[in-house]
Design a protein. Structure first.
Lengths: 315, 288
């Protein structure tokens, strides 16, 4: 078990290093000269060169990567030349806002999706099953920004129930729903589609398994069979899907945050990328990668802890 | 003797393929999807002939007019006819998405064949790279690359294609892993055929089913992604009538003129749903 976890941590670190190199390389491809950007068009060539030397921008790429990565690891994320603020509090603040929105969507929809998936599987082939399956398929058919636009038209513009620009909510729970429900809905639709489908598939498999049949044959009531034998096995694959959805959530956040002008990290990445704000962009993307890979790591470990077969197969 | 056997195999193969086509044409899901997609493809080819008005014609006196008999879908903030722009907008997304899908699937087939057929170190390296690429939200890669390489249609196509390669590669690889253990592959190896020949001439024709399904699924995602990227202003630039771009630029007038946004959004929705139905119908037939 220990070896398995160590191996997974090692692989996660390798992935993170590759990702950080990619982010750094991509950001360096952005056109423009750092010294020239800071000093403006009237500075002499010598002044620009001197500043570049002072900032280390004239050093070879691997050296600059190392400086940037080690500074980042030590918590020095630099300053944003565009916003003129320190990057770390700026990015972390936006990240917290995104976390609020994502957690809101997650907490509301994941238990609901799992319940619906299990209910669909228990009514396999019946009208209720078909109803849930079709709903799940149709809510993921549309791009999030199209869904978001429809939601704004109906609920913000026509009915006026919600604001069309969402702010970070205060402590009042009513305020939470008012500010967050509309931007969270497109995310919730997509999550519902995937998670309910996986929960249904897992439950259907478990229901048809030998151990479920044995439990039925030895005379256990159906409710006990479902609770004690089926659900435990059925929800295992669902855990992995839920963790993978964290990666999706980040992509979805970019869309809904810019649609609803919500000050989260997704919107930040978009504005930093289009506004050539390199330190902010690099830090934000790397932070996302960190969250994503750690979530995957936790899902794998959890899966292995809960399912001894995986553990044995992979060592 | 060997010639007749080869002929027999070829006839059987053709027969099987014909049976598959017949099954596909019987699937109602597929036919509805094909109808919707066919409509938009025709429109993308013929929009110059069928638009009632010039989609770029600006009329200062006719801004943000509600739908009427003169303008079925109303007019936008500079008085352009929304109906004509919706019809003209299909061409953009139906150029980007199929090209990106084609490139991505071709690359994915090559990667998947090599990784699945040779196994060993090639497979290990390719699989690790696939994992690393897949471990990142697609839209963030696209935003990063487009911001650094510049925003134009060619880059949008390339970004989507490159992101698709590992995804398609993974599907192809797992199909190849099953096929490479079959007798016909062993027979070809005994005949002394070389790896590339076996991959392309022997294995590839036998995995067209999963590849076809994967291609239609990818096409749906390509439309999805292309639309989202142009919504962010990272794809086509104004005054293109592209749907995603139109939705983004007309959003500001949503309160007073919902029609400028809702109709392009509906157009995009029908296209995505159509492609998904097409993919679903194909998958059901191939999996049976």
């Amino acid at each position: 078990m220990g070896r398995f976890i160590l191996r997974r941590i090692g692989l996660t670190l390798v992935t993170l290093v590759i990702v950080s190199m990619t982010v750094f390389a991509a950001a360096q491809l952005l056109p423009g000269d750092l010294g020239r950007t800071i000093l403006g068009p009237y500075a002499t060539k010598a002044q620009v060169d001197a500043l570049n030397h002072e900032l280390g921008a004239d050093q070879p790429l691997p050296v600059r990567y190392w400086n940037w990565a080690s500074d980042f690891a030590r918590g020095d994320w630099g300053t944003s030349p565009v916003q003129n603020v320190e990057v770390r509090p700026y990015v972390l603040g936006r990240f917290k806002n995104s976390l609020i929105l994502a957690a809101f969507a997650f907490v509301l929809i994941v238990p609901l999706s799992i319940t619906f998936g299990v209910v669909a599987a228990l009514n396999y082939g019946k009208a209720l099953d078909r109803c849930i399956t079709i709903t799940g398929l149709s809510v993921i058919a549309l791009p999030e920004f199209v869904m978001g636009v429809f939601l704004i038209v109906v609920f913000a513009v026509q009915l006026g129930w919600f604001p069309d620009i969402s702010q970070v909510p205060g402590t009042n729970p009513v305020d939470w729903f008012r500010q967050l429900l509309l931007p969270a809905l497109p995310l919730m639709f997509v999550l519902f589609g995937y998670v309910s489908r996986m929960a249904r598939a897992g439950t259907v498999d478990a229901l048809q398994s030998d151990y479920a049949r044995t439990a039925v044959l030895k005379g256990l009531p159906r409710r006990t069979v479902v609770r004690r034998h089926v659900l435990r096995n059925a929800l295992l694959p669902t855990i992995t899907v839920v963790a993978v959805q964290i990666g999706y959530l980040v992509g979805g956040l970019v869309v809904v945050e810019s649609l609803f002008s919500y000050p989260g990290i997704g919107q930040l990445i978009l504005t930093a990328a289009t506004g050539h704000d390199l330190p902010t962009l690099e830090a934000a993307v790397l932070l996302i990668a960190l969250v994503y890979t750690v979530a995957n790591l936790l899902a794998d470990v959890l899966y292995a802890v809960l399912n001894p077969r995986v553990r044995l197969a992979s060592t | 003797m060997s010639a007749t056997t080869a002929d027999g195999v070829r006839v059987a193969r053709r027969e099987r393929r014909r049976e598959l086509y017949r099954a596909i044409l019987r699937s109602r899901t597929f036919l509805v999807g094909a109808g919707v997609v066919g409509f938009w493809v025709l429109d993308a080819l013929l929009w110059r002939v069928i638009v009632p008005q010039d989609p770029q014609a600006i009329t200062a006196s006719e801004t943000l007019k509600a739908p009427s008999t003169a303008h079925w879908f109303g007019t936008d903030n500079v008085g352009r006819d929304v109906f004509s722009r919706v019809l003209a907008g299909a061409a953009a997304v139906l150029t980007v998405a199929p090209l990106a899908t084609l490139l991505g699937v071709t690359g994915g087939i090559a990667v998947g064949l090599v990784a699945g057929y040779y196994r060993g170190i090639v497979d290990d390296v390719v699989s690790r790279l696939i994992d690393a690429l897949l471990s990142f939200p697609l839209i963030i890669i696209a935003v990063l690359v487009l911001a650094s390489l510049g925003r134009d249609t060619r880059n949008v196509i390339l970004v989507i294609a490159v992101i698709f390669i590992p995804i398609v590669g993974r599907t192809v690889r797992s199909a190849v892993l099953v096929e490479r253990e079959r007798e016909y592959v062993a027979a070809a190896r005994l005949r002394g055929e070389r790896g590339p020949y076996i991959m392309v001439a022997e294995i590839l024709p036998n995995i067209t089913g999963p590849i076809l399904v994967e291609t239609t699924i990818r096409l749906g995602y390509a439309i999805f992604t292309a639309a989202t990227l142009s919504f962010f202003g990272l794809g086509l630039q104004p005054p293109s009538p592209d749907w995603g771009l139109t939705i983004a630029s007309q959003r500001a007038f949503l309160q007073v003129a919902w029609w400028t946004v809702v109709f392009p959004a509906l157009a995009l929705a029908t296209l995505v749903v159509g492609v998904n139905l097409l993919a679903d119908g194909l998958r059901q037939v191939v999996e049976e």
